[in-house]
Design a protein around this ligand. Structure first.
Ligand code: SF4
Length: 265
């Protein structure tokens, strides 16, 4: 069975979605190490951390590959205005419009029908891999990290062997390196981390949110939620910042929540 799977794998091209996340970077280095036929595709949301661009460039260089960058020219806030709806934990049309659809269109045009899309998720995100397969239909969704039994504690050593520095967002405590630490699916803790680690970036998002809410009108609803005595309260980034500064909000130490790009559509 393993031999059969390896033979199949050697016949197909693997298109690695290089997101800026360490998992996708290590997947690319793994593809190089095991001699896969592969390419690197990066869907740029235009609000990535500067260091995510550095990381992707380093990975592409170490793999001797050109980095194929796809962009729609829009960022998540542009999408929310266009759809007249701000993304949230359940509906992340930013991910659909800026990542999934551009990559799908690109692969439909340039990849073979049986070519695989590689996502940088491992066994700990098996549910996302399974959901992604549902989104991507007949195109095989592959985790090279699972196939080659690579676990998270090994990531640092694999990057170090290639002389590549870990993306800096992880050092700040972010669980992902997507959208520069911003994410409509993220929890309060992640936004507090964004506020303390990158205050200017937080302020820019705060401004964009108030502009976008004005453009959308009274139906606009922010994505941050705080439940008090069973009642759900929605908070703008400005209200959240004020509550944090005034010490009026309790934030769970692990309230990061996951980004669902490529798997939740
Ligand atoms: S990381 Fe979050 S904000 Fe960025 S595209 Fe994905 S779901 Fe949207």
């Amino acid at each position: 069975m393993v031999v059969f799977e390896r033979r199949l794998a050697s016949q197909m091209k693997h298109w690695i979605s290089l997101s800026g996340g360490v998992g996708s970077g290590v997947s690319a280095l793994t593809a190089r190490r095991f001699g896969y036929d592969f390419e690197l595709v990066f869907a740029d949301t235009l609000i990535e951390d500067e260091d995510a661009y550095r990381f992707n460039r380093d990975i592409a260089r170490a793999c001797s590959k050109e980095l194929i960058t796809l962009t729609t020219g829009k960022d998540p806030w542009d999408i929310f205005v266009e759809k007249r709806y701000i993304g949230n934990t359940r509906t992340a049309h930013c991910s659909t419009e800026l990542k999934t659809r551009p990559v799908m269109r690109f692969l439909d045009k340039f990849a073979g029908a049986g070519d695989a899309l590689v996502l940088g998720m491992d066994w700990s995100e098996q549910d996302r891999i399974e959901r992604a397969q549902g989104v991507w239909g007949d195109r095989p969704i592959v985790s090279l990290l699972n196939r080659h039994k690579i676990t998270r504690p090994q990531h640092g050593a694999i990057l170090a062997l290639a002389g590549i520095k870990m993306p800096r967002l992880y050092e700040h405590g972010f669980p992902h390196n997507n959208c520069g630490g911003f994410c409509v699916k993220a929890g309060l803790k992640q936004f507090k981390t964004l506020m303390t680690s990158f205050p200017e970036r937080f302020d820019q998002h705060e401004k964009r949110m108030s502009q976008v809410m004005e453009q959308i009108g009274p139906t606009a609803r922010p994505f941050l939620r705080k439940t008090v005595n069973g009642d759900v309260n929605y908070l703008t980034l400005a209200q959240f910042k004020e509550a944090v500064e005034d010490g009026q909000i309790e934030i769970g130490e692990y309230d990061y929540r996951g980004c669902g790009c490529f798997s939740d559509e």
